[in-house]
Design a protein around this ligand. Structure first.
Ligand code: ATP
Ligand code: MG
Ligand code: FE
Length: 333
């Protein structure tokens, strides 16, 4: 089964061909990062316009690199939410037009489920049930993957997402967008116990909150500056990163112990963070569980994950009507 995947929910225009949900035949990603960097974040109107320019060339390139014609494609899978509505509509419209013109089924994919399914490309043995820790630019959640097409949300962030926290702190520190990789790099030379940034303690399990941490870092920087004290930027980055990672790992361990699951996957852009990967892997080892995470290129937005998710929906007979609309606030679970 050959699935063409299309993704345009934020600032990556992407298309990919995946065979049987596990074999990547092509993976084309046209990133707009350098364009949005000037503005310190994604500008929705510019993103939509760039997607329009790029979508057809990116799809053509994905098919040609895969050496597959539309006649061999079994279904067109496309992100229909969550994301920026104008951005989503570009990929969705292209997918609908292509599906209609070539008489192929359309499969609307939840972008976050896509992030989770990037792990099927990393672990050929992966099968449900397993836990997913979703840590992306817009979402932070613990999700039970109870079957290939069934999910149960355990809990999520009450305010900022993990990636959002990285991006905001980076911005305050004058680092370019996206902030996650920048903070990670800066943290490499720092002492992660130099500053004790508090993380909110929540009464409900499996929930997260990063807005207090964000304020604590901003206040620290401000106070140091007011007092004319030198700031060790690497220490700040490392201590902040440790606080985020500790909060994520603590709830993940809790979720694994509670459910008795023995496998957890990381999903979303923050999955690329090595400190998170290593700390979580170690914690999982301590409780006899295993961590799986996508390869770096499949951690952030791509269309391989959409094609992979589409494959399992195809197997489950889950198709979408051609009047499918974009859903910018599509939920998990
Ligand atoms: P969503 O998937 O929730 O719709 P998104 O698609 O915008 O959001 P992703 O592409 O999944 O987000 O991930 C981008 C986020 O990942 C950004 O916030 C970025 O800073 C963060 N990120 C990327 N690499 C790293 C890293 N190495 N360490 C920490 N954060 C990272
Ligand atoms: Mg992006
Ligand atoms: Fe994403």
């Amino acid at each position: 089964v050959y699935i063409l995947g299309i993704e345009s929910s934020c600032d990556e225009t992407a298309a990919a061909v995946v065979k049987n949900g596990r074999e990547v035949l092509s993976n084309i990603i046209s990133s707009q990062i350098v364009i949005h960097r000037k503005f310190g974040g994604v500008v929705p109107e510019i993103a939509s316009r760039k997607h329009i320019e790029n979508i057809m060339p990116v799809i053509d390139e994905a098919l040609s690199q895969a050496g597959v014609g539309m006649e061999q494609i079994d279904a067109v899978a496309v992100t229909y939410g969550p994301g920026l509505v104008g951005a989503l509509l570009v990929g969705l419209s292209a997918a609908k037009a292509l599906a209609w013109a070539t008489d192929k089924p359309l499969i609307g994919v939840n972008h976050l489920e896509g992030h989770v399914f990037a792990n099927f490309l990393a672990d050929s043995e992966l099968k449900p049930p397993f836990m997913a820790l979703v840590v992306s630019g817009g979402h932070t959640a613990l999700l039970k993957v109870t079957g290939y097409n069934s999910f149960e949300l355990l809990g999520q962030t009450r305010d900022d997402a993990a990636g959002e926290a990285f991006d905001k702190i980076a911005r305050v520190m004058g680092l370019p967008y996206p902030g996650g990789p920048e903070i990670e790099r800066l943290a490499l030379g720092g002492n992660d116990h130099a500053i004790d940034f508090p993380v909110a303690r929540l009464d409900k399990p499996y929930e997260f909150s990063f807005s207090g941490l964000k304020s604590a870092v901003i206040n620290y920087l401000h106070n140091q500056q007011q007092a004319g004290r030198e700031v060790n930027r690497s220490d700040v980055a490392a201590s902040f990163q440790r606080a985020v990672v500790d909060a994520l790992v603590k709830e993940a361990v809790h979720a694994m112990q509670h459910t008795g699951y023995n496998k957890i996957v990381l999903a979303g852009g923050v999955s690329a963070n090595k400190t998170l990967q290593n700390t979580l892997a170690q914690a999982m080892q301590g409780i006899g569980a295993q961590l799986v995470h996508p390869t770096p290129i499949l951690c952030t937005d791509n269309a391989v994950m959409i094609a992979c998710r589409g494959y399992f929906m195809y197997q489950g007979g889950s198709f979408s009507p051609l009047d499918l609309n974009a859903n910018p606030s599509l939920k998990l679970g």
